[in-house]
Design a protein. Sequence first.
Length: 133
Amino acid sequence: TIPDDVKALMYPETLPVNYKLSEYSRDILSTTLIFTDDNTEDWVMLRYMKADTILDLDTEKSDNRIIEINGEKAVIQIRENTYDLYWNYDGYSMELTCSREFFSKERVIGIAEHVKFYSIDELQFLSGLNQSE
């Protein structure tokens, strides 16, 4: 569950509605949200941290491409089983991981283009943010 002291979260508003928030964690550097589809057990991970945090990307076992997310440069890593997408947004470094089995590269980019901050109250009205029991 989301702690009471959290007032806002980044949220992928175009995530399919069958993906529900299943895990939330934060530490001194980052906040991580994991959304799970109970029917397929597939998951999507969104992680964000302050933009001055240094990211260490392993590029050896992936096809790496420079793309744009909302007019900003981004890196998409195409791995054997996942798409890992890295970009900056509103002073944060963002990371989105989706499975290749259930998502196309275009769909992953579309999800990333619609991530933004929402207050906890606003999130109650978004269909995809139903927390898993």
